[in-house]
Design a protein around this ligand. Sequence first.
Ligand SMILES: Cc1ncc(COP(=O)(O)O)c(C=O)c1O
Length: 476
Amino acid sequence: MSQTTYHMSPDEFREYGHQVVNWVADYYKNLEQLPVLSQVRPGDIRRGLPAGAPFEGEKFQTILQDLDRIILPGITHWQSPNFFAYFPANASGPAILGDLVSSALGVQGMLWATSPACTELETHVLDWLVPMLGLPSKFLSSEAGGGVIQDTASSSSLCAMLAARERATNYASNRQGGHGRLIAYTSNQAHSSLEKAAMVCGIGADNLRLVDVDEHFAMRPDALSRQLEDDRGQGLQPFFVSATVGTTSSNALDPLPEIGRICAANDLWFHVDAAMSGTAALCPEFRYIQEGIELADSYTFNPHKWMFTNFDCNCFYVADRKSLIDTLSILPEYLRNQASESGSVIDYRDWHIPLGRRFRSLKLWFVIRYYGIEGLQFHVRRHVELAQQFAQWVQQDNRFEMAAPAPLNLVCFRHRGDDGSNEELMKRLNRSGDLYLTHTRLDGRFTLRFCVGQTNTEQRHVERAWQKIQQVAAEL
Ligand SMILES: Cc1ncc(COP(=O)(O)O)c(C=O)c1O
């Protein structure tokens, strides 16, 4: 620390920066050996920290030492190749370095004028992704739509619901509040973020209908139609449907063509949530999962789940950007500027809830350029292949059964014992530190989920995980 200014000088930054980069490289080198799930108890980390902040600045070296001593034991290693829990939140070298540059520039990109590159790179990279994923051209910025980076899929689904609400009420709800008769629809397997969106945007969770699913946990279009009729009969106003491409519990694929046609016939906003599985569409052979996407009004997927771009990075597309902007735009005097008034630039502050925004497209740009479409496809294919191999092993072992179809990289399975033995199996596996997997309930039964999507997961990790599962199952 410089004695006179308290600041870190550029030369000191260079020195400490090298140390941190070395720390990160070593972390990734040794990551595989670390117990995946943190084993600390509640309060352990805080007990290791001093009660108050230091009055005098400390040596950078001491801070780094405490990172190893205090913080690392409390880390669940999401980047471990033995991480098979939840859905992944994977990262990669180019993404981390892109994020470092974004932090260094420290840009706040609320307006085009506050850093033109922040806006234009984002528009450009989101346009790149449209053909990369086989999405409809109406999502391109050169047409009526466009894409924006948000923090999470939760935020973008909320924005979709808000825009739908305004479109359905002719932009009156923003001014007068809701009339309480708007009804939204999703399946009973949809992510909880849809329920939260209904709560936050004033629709009310009770006015979000959780439509029945079929035997594969996909939304039933006939059940949706019946529910719409029922609601209309009661004088309510249906306005929004969210379909999921790859549900969180079991990776179920809602039938977009049928749902989309129902939305078009009933003038409903059609939103598609492909938070993790959207990434699979990088590979043409997996694009069948989003058949019908051309009917969608909005679409969301998370490069921060399965596309090697560290959290947070969500991509949100709308077919008609005007409806989103008209919903979220407010213009105080202090943000007025010539570029905005010219009408020739995008101001992304009007495309989401917060005003301020980070330069997130940098990390996405680094990732896409470093891997190339070919590299991204290679890893997605590999993950799917490994998950399919795992599913085969499950099917070949008569102590286990599949609990749902496994179209991509998530395998839902059970030990044939009762819920208690499955829960015990999961606890023992996770306590071992050798792997980490999580559970859900399908048809009311405790179900194990094994998701392959961590950047560095290879065949040997999946093989070892399966051996461990078999070994612990034998000890039950
Ligand atoms: C289908 C689906 N939608 C939405 C989300 C929420 O994602 P986020 O954390 O980006 O809000 C998830 C998270 O797992 C998900 O699986």
